[in-house]
Design a binder for this molecule. Sequence first.
Ligand code: 13P
Length: 237
Amino acid sequence: MSKIIALNWKLNPESIREASVLLSHSDNRNVIVFPPFIFLPLAKNKLKKSGLGAQDVFWEEKGAFTGEVSSSMLLNSGAKYVLVGHSERRKYFNETDEIINKKIKSAIKSGLKVILCVGEPSDVRRMGLTEAKKFIAFQLKKDLDKISVKNLIVAYEPIWAIGTGKSDDPAESAEMAGFIGQILKYKHKISDPKVLYGGSVDSKNVRDFIGFKEIGGVLVGGASLNKEELGKILKQI
Ligand code: 13P
């Protein structure tokens, strides 16, 4: 099964010119690019092989919601995927599991493929993998409440591994990915679940993660903005 390399640009880069350069280095059949909303039409034009997604979505379709972007706007701009529940949105924008649940429902209804991000904070992980699994299971239960869908992807991103240069132990994240996969399969009836790992993935460790059958790919932040690193990552898949 081919592995997914999802590239989350977060709040980068500053200009259309820089975005164009990054896009030309990202175009690969295994890649899904998640640029800021404003670069979606550009990415749609430039990418011939990669998938395209947005970093967030609002749950209403239209109306008086200043600053928000709807599922149909994303679809009409060329996005087929959307990230929901990234820990940075949970932290800086106070997104609760209830909000995330509403966003997933609306995105799925309009035909977007959702990548739901989950992950435990460091104080939970310090108590061990079993505690972390309980935390993740509870997060999934709340985020996916009353949702039935066949093709949802989950990205396991331990919060303490994001942007810190301290990635998770690949064997432990594979165990967690396997655990999440079982929940998706048996509780949510997703027959062929895909679970990605994210958190300080770079060209040096990407193979350690995608080498595990439980890990369906990676969600890359910082390294996706450096074209040399990106080239090295893509060479290894
Ligand atoms: P880094 O790869 O920069 O740790 O970010 C991971 C991430 O948050 C991807 O969504």
